[in-house]
Unconditional design. Structure first.
Length: 701
């Protein structure tokens, strides 16, 4: 019996980007474990990835190309050969491109975060074709834009250092579910005497284990952050030396913060004034008076509202006000992705675009429903005639799902889906192509929760006729007659192009060294901004952003009310008086693991958490089926009457495949396609609904 251990990396959309050890026995992967030597992973995996072999060897894996034989959405297919599939795709895309290549749209996101299997050969293919560009906004672009306008890039503190913090504010994050290895360090800090505070509308699993939970209404975080600044300035809990040396625009920020007294913010947020006074006082006292490390773990949940970008800006200013960056265990972490020197030009080859640097039109992935239903007469470019989906499941994950499904259901739309399983989106495809999982191909990974590059070595041969994304687009390029040498690059060659080796942060890091060692840390100081040196144009933390001012945006962090709230939409609120958020379920990661039987069995079925007072007012008992609805759509779920959801809020942990939900719908039936103030991102948590019990006879019918 031949057994070997292969060094690999988790491909999924999670800050942890774990280093994996895959045990292979006689050509079959039998175990996926965390690498105990990797300082980030420390031998521990989440429950999802620890069962990765269940996903790779799932009985429903797609192992041959398929052609649709039923109506769109029915999921009826027949197997075909690769030659048949590629010939048909090339013929259809060539015909459309001859009229207008911008009628072809790629749709992809973070089904894999790999630099090779993500946007390398695929990007080259669509650039050469001249297809519409895709604005990949669906997760992080509001927060990323905010960090760029504040720090200059998506950079932050080193997660490994947080064990030494004396105060950890976990803001809009549930790391037990979505950032396990940060949570283990926060727990260690707690054992060493640190105070843990959760800021979240929902009393999540993480919030339950913190010393204090502050529950503002969704979309009000900027008001809370500005009120904290108000207290810090009022009580002179400011590191004046750090502010003078390493920030820009303090006077403008002070003027803005003075407009948000704790009393004002408490009314906006729906929280006690004492919570704001206590938190700001503790934050400033520890950082300024006692010179103790204070850390903020910010996550992307709080930026999924109208004012999400400015909210991130506001929170991101706090560490510089108190000089928290002076300490390695202090500062803020939203993303570290901006530290990584990745050669995107070499990977993606934008120079292949016809007429470069003039660009084709851009489609925002968060408004794909409207885009697919646009008939081409609105001035937004040609009607979309073809979509190629890879590394994503838009029918399940994109907002205002009813429109998304209607768009993909168009008989005149040619849709190709690269997938592991027959997802909700695959059911609408004309051609489905079987893609490899992480164990079956090679890749290079950066991270957004730590500062290690990782290698993913291929552990096993592809199952059935599955092919890596790169090989699928390589073969399509050949069918389309693309002759540039980059379309012949092997995956090894692409992997070797990923890292900008001349960048001092990547000194000693190459594909050869990565695949041998498994992971390597960037050359970055433990406290990278102790003396300023932010990657902004000024080299400082920019409380006032000249770039935003030039773009006609408010250059100082501001509170932007939600689209759907009592103050901004009173008539809507009268009809739909409950705010709804749909954060990740512990056993799912977006829609990736929903069809893994053991994980779905743990989640059980779609649930909607509702506060006891809200439930009583609607005649809703614990455990009954309820219908959440608004003008955009509705969904069924099992009510859980609990004070974990604050009054005025309902929580539907997500994202379920629609076909696995009782009514074929999920939370995105209710979300809108409106966009954030910065970054043109979706507003998943800016959503008003009403909830009603569903009579048994209605369920039966």
């Amino acid at each position: 019996m031949a057994t070997r251990i292969v060094r690999a990396a988790c491909p999924h959309d999670c800050p942890d980007t774990c280093a994996l050890l895959v045990t292979v026995e006689d050509g079959r992967a039998i175990k996926v474990a965390g690498d105990p030597e990797h300082p980030g992973t420390q031998g521990v995996l989440c429950t999802k990835v620890s069962r990765y072999t269940e996903r790779t060897y799932h009985p429903d894996r797609l192992l041959t190309p398929l052609r649709r034989v039923g109506k769109k959405g029915e999921g009826r297919f027949e197997p075909i050969s690769w030659d048949e599939a590629l010939d048909e795709i090339a013929e259809r895309l060539s015909s459309i491109a001859a009229r207008n290549p911008e009628a072809i749209v790629p749709y992809s996101y973070a089904g894999t975060m790999g630099l090779v299997q993500g946007e390398s050969m695929a990007a080259r293919f669509f650039h050469k074709l001249g297809a519409s560009l895709l604005d990949r906004t669906i997760c992080a672009s509001a927060g990323a834009t905010a960090l760029r306008h504040t720090y200059g890039a998506s950079v932050g503190m080193d997660m490994e250092q947080v064990v030494d913090a004396k105060l950890i504010i976990i803001w809009g994050s549930n790391p037990i579910t979505s950032n396990l290895h940060f949570w283990t360090r926060a727990q260690e800090a707690k054992r060493r005497g640190a105070t843990l505070v959760a800021i979240d509308p929902y009393r999540s699993l993480t919030a339950e284990k913190c010393h204090r939970h502050i529950a503002p209404m969704p979309g009000t975080d900027a008001a809370l952050a500005l009120a904290m600044m108000h207290v810090l300035i009022r009580d002179d809990l400011i590191d004046h030396d750090y502010v003078a040396r390493n920030t820009v625009g303090f006077d403008a920020l002070r003027e803005r913060a003075m407009q948000f007294s704790p009393e004002t913010a408490a009314r906006i947020c729906g929280i006690p004034v004492d919570d704001i006074e206590w938190l700001a006082g503790l934050y400033g006292k520890l950082a300024v008076r006692e010179r103790q490390p204070v850390a903020i773990r910010l996550n992307y949940g709080m930026q999924r509202v109208h004012g999400g970008g400015q909210a991130v800006r506001a929170v991101a200013c706090l560490p510089s006000l108190v000089g928290a960056w002076r300490e390695a265990a202090g500062g803020l972490l939203l993303s570290t992705s901006g530290f990584f020197p990745v050669d995107n030009a070499a990977l993606q080859r934008p120079d292949l675009l016809p007429g470069w640097p003039n660009l084709p039109r851009t489609i925002n992935m968060s408004t794909i429903g409207d885009a697919l239903l646009d008939d081409g007469t609105t001035g937004n470019g040609p009607k979309i005639e073809a979509v190629v989906v890879y590394n994503s499941n838009p029918v399940a994950v994109a907002p205002e799902s009813g429109k998304v499904a209607a768009g993909f259901g168009r008989d005149d739309l040619f849709t190709v889906v690269l997938e592991h399983f027959r997802t909700d989106t695959a059911d609408y495809a004309d051609i489905v192509l079987p893609a490899t999982t992480q164990l079956e191909h090679i890749d290079v990974h950066k991270a957004y929760g730590h500062t290690y590059f990782l290698a993913n070595n291929q552990a096993v041969e592809p199952l059935g006729q599955a092919l890596p994304n790169t090989e699928i687009f390589r073969r399509l390029a050949a069918r389309m007659g693309f002759t540039e040498s980059c379309f012949a690059d092997s995956d090894e060659a692409i992997a070797s192009q990923a890292v900008l080796r001349e960048d001092k942060r990547a000194a000693g890091i190459s594909w050869d060294s990565l695949k041998a060692r498994g992971w390597q840390k960037l050359n970055i100081a433990k406290a990278p901004f102790a003396e300023g040196g932010f990657p902004s144009a000024s080299g400082k933390c920019e409380f006032y952003s000249e770039t935003m001012a030039r773009e006609g945006l408010d250059p100082v962090p501001a509170y932007v009310p939600p689209y759907e709230a009592p103050s901004s939409a009173p008539e809507l609120f009268a009809r739909y008086p409950l705010a709804m958020i749909s954060p990740p379920a512990r056993n799912f990661l977006n829609s990736t693991f929903v069809n893994v039987d053991s994980l779905r069995a743990t989640e059980g079925e779609p649930h909607l958490d509702i506060h006891p007072l809200d439930a009583a007012a609607r005649g809703i008992a614990n455990g009954v089926q309820v219908r959440a609805f608004n003008d955009r759509g509705s969904m069924l779920a099992r009510a859980r009457v609990t004070d974990r959801a604050r009054q005025g809020l309902v929580v539907g942990l997500s994202i379920w495949w629609k076909k696995l939900a009782p009514d074929g719908k999920n939370a995105n039936e209710l979300t809108s396609q409106r966009l954030t103030d910065l970054g043109r991102a979706p507003v998943f948590y800016d959503c008003l609904v009403e909830v009603e019990p569903v009579p048994a006879e209605a369920l039966a019918s």
